[in-house]
Write a protein that binds this ligand. Structure first.
Ligand code: SF4
Length: 554
């Protein structure tokens, strides 16, 4: 049975109330909400807001929305109010939340495993055109994000999405968010194991299940059997990474407790090997530990990473085995260092079945409904109609016959979707930023796009793998801490002493088996206007001074 304030688990019931009371852990008997978020979650399950949206808010309009639903529970269905237009970064954190709220919403569509059919992609494109002023960004969690959504249109959008097997269920909120999956699952010639059945089972068992809809905070997960380690497994709350066990064969290595934002931490290995069939049970055990033992007192200490850091991987594994799985797990090996330096599957690659997949790069994840519809058209014209999104704001077309590859590449390039992108197009990501995000201080997507243009013009010979990640605020939606060049948006002083948009620079972060956080370069802040000059200087110096074979991150 799930732990709830009304029904603590047997394990919870055994524990004395009061121990660790200060962290608000349910498993030690502390069920009194210690902050406003815990209170509104206790008052009513976030999933219940759907009925109110369908029957009241969509009919009576924005002003009828209960504030606890508007700024709380609506996230359980992928809805956030977007930033009121025309407010600059000086207003962020100064105005009251309601002064920043627009009456339009961001709506996130979860795409578990990044898998889409062209029928689904076409519906996503149509919704974008009809209800979202053409917006439809590909996020670094394989989702699609709309803006300009009116509450009146939400039920119809849900009808259309759900008719083709898509949803916005728990796309945001303190919930099990989208499950990342390798974009080449089931097709890559070098695949260790296809994690797709496990993703489907987790989705069936956990997503939308009220046993798991009140977590201390968000719960991010990833499953990949690709040797390229292509789902940023190090920064998820739980990740399953394909490995070959010397006795048991292909399966997964389990990582827990990764996460960026405040106090970034890389995930740690539990040192266990799990088979494909065991993945959903282990996922359920770990998310149950998070629900029951996770810290609920302070929002900025509520991610699983803090519990993992306090317990360590040995105790975490022991609690998982003893209290939740009721059996011991098999010990297992760590994944090997990936052969390639890019993990994003760009370019043309042969599949297991002799056909080809083509990875292509929009600019910083920005596409639009019309472009998505065109991608659906050309996926059908040249392939089988399967499309994938990646954890790097990119996309893939699958199942292209050899004689269709050249024409498919030409069609993508004609849409400014680069199959052989420069390192700058390939490696630059940007979060939503001040255009729509209420927390943002600076612009991101437009600036990322123009930075790509500038660097392509100034450094046409540069050919090193490189990541430039741009955030609009101190949060980590675009993973700045693990980028070669991470840019954290803030207001900075220009030469005349004016407060202008700019960035704190972090250098030398990385994912992969050499994962680590970039160094915050003390005092190094650049204004937005100086950004292209600054990045050009850093890259030129790297090219001039590097040792043979040295990567930017090293
Ligand atoms: Fe918004 Fe900040 Fe996240 Fe960017 S990093 S999307 S500005 S919260």
């Amino acid at each position: 049975m799930a732990a709830t304030p009304e029904n603590p688990t047997p394990a919870a019931a055994r524990r004395k109330a009061g121990r660790h009371r200060g962290e608000g852990q349910w498993a030690v008997g502390h069920f009194t909400p210690l902050n406003g978020n815990e209170q509104f979650k206790k008052d009513d399950d976030g999933l219940n807001v759907r009925t109110r949206i369908e029957t009241v808010y969509s009919k009576r309009g924005f002003d009828s929305i209960d504030p606890n639903d508007l700024r709380g529970r609506m996230r359980w269905w992928g809805l956030y109010t977007q930033r009121k237009q025309g407010l600059d970064g000086t207003k962020t954190g100064v105005l009251e939340p309601e002064e920043l709220d627009d009456e339009y919403f961001m709506l996130r569509v979860r795409i578990d495993g990044g898998r889409l059919t062209t029928e689904q992609l076409r519906v996503i494109g149509e919704i974008s055109e009809e209800f979202a002023r053409g917006t439809a960004d590909i996020t670094d969690r394989q989702n699609v994000q709309y803006h300009w959504i009116r509450i009146e249109d939400v039920p119809e959008i849900w009808n259309r999405l759900e008719a083709v097997g898509l949803s916005t269920t728990e796309a945001c909120g303190d919930t099990p968010r989208v499950i990342l999956g390798s974009p080449v699952a089931g097709i890559a010639a070098d695949e260790i194991i296809d994690g797709t059945p496990a993703i489907d089972e987790i989705q069936r068992r956990i997503v939308g299940n009220k046993d798991f809809s009140n977590l201390p905070r968000k719960f991010k997960s990833a499953v990949s059997g690709s040797p390229l380690l292509d789902v940023a497994h190090e920064i998820n709350d739980i990740a399953f990474v394909g490995v070959e066990h010397p006795e048991h064969g292909p399966g997964f290595d389990v990582w827990v407790g990764g996460g960026l934002s405040t106090n970034p931490k890389l995930g740690v290995r539990l040192g266990t090997w799990v088979s494909l069939d065991e993945v959903p049970d282990v996922y359920e055990g770990v998310i149950s530990i998070f629900r029951d033992y996770g810290y609920r007192r302070l929002r900025n200490r509520a991610r699983l990473k803090f519990l993992v850091a306090d317990w360590g991987p040995e105790k975490f594994r022991q609690v998982l085995e003893d209290e939740y799985l009721k059996r011991k797990l098999t010990d297992g090996p760590a994944p090997e260092q990936p052969a390639g330096q890019w993990r994003d599957h760009m370019g043309v690659h042969e599949q297991q079945d002799g056909r080809f997949y083509i990875g292509f790069a929009p600019r910083v994840g920005r596409v639009d409904g019309a472009t998505l519809t065109k991608i659906a058209d050309l996926a059908e014209r040249h392939g089988s109609g399967r499309v994938r999104t990646t954890a790097d704001q990119k996309m893939l077309l699958l199942d292209i016959e050899q004689d269709q590859v050249d024409s498919a590449v030409a069609a993508l390039e004609s849409l400014d979707l680069r199959v052989n992108p420069t390192p700058f197009r390939r490696g630059t990501m940007a979060c939503t930023g001040i255009e729509f995000c209420k927390l943002a201080i600076v612009e991101t997507k437009g600036r990322g796009s123009s930075l790509i243009d500038e660097l392509e013009r100034r450094l046409p010979e540069f050919d090193e793998p490189l990541t430039i990640n741009i955030n609009g605020c101190p949060n980590a939606c675009a993973r700045i801490q693990v980028a070669d060049i991470g840019l954290k948006g803030q207001l900075v002083l220009d030469d005349e002493g004016n407060r202008v948009e700019g960035y704190q620079v972090h250098l030398g972060g990385a994912l992969g088996l050499e994962a680590g956080f970039g160094r915050k370069v003390r005092g190094l802040k650049v204004t937005a206007a100086e950004l292209p000059d600054y990045v050009e200087r850093v890259l030129t110096r790297f090219q001039a001074e590097r040792e043979t074979g040295e990567r930017f991150a090293t």
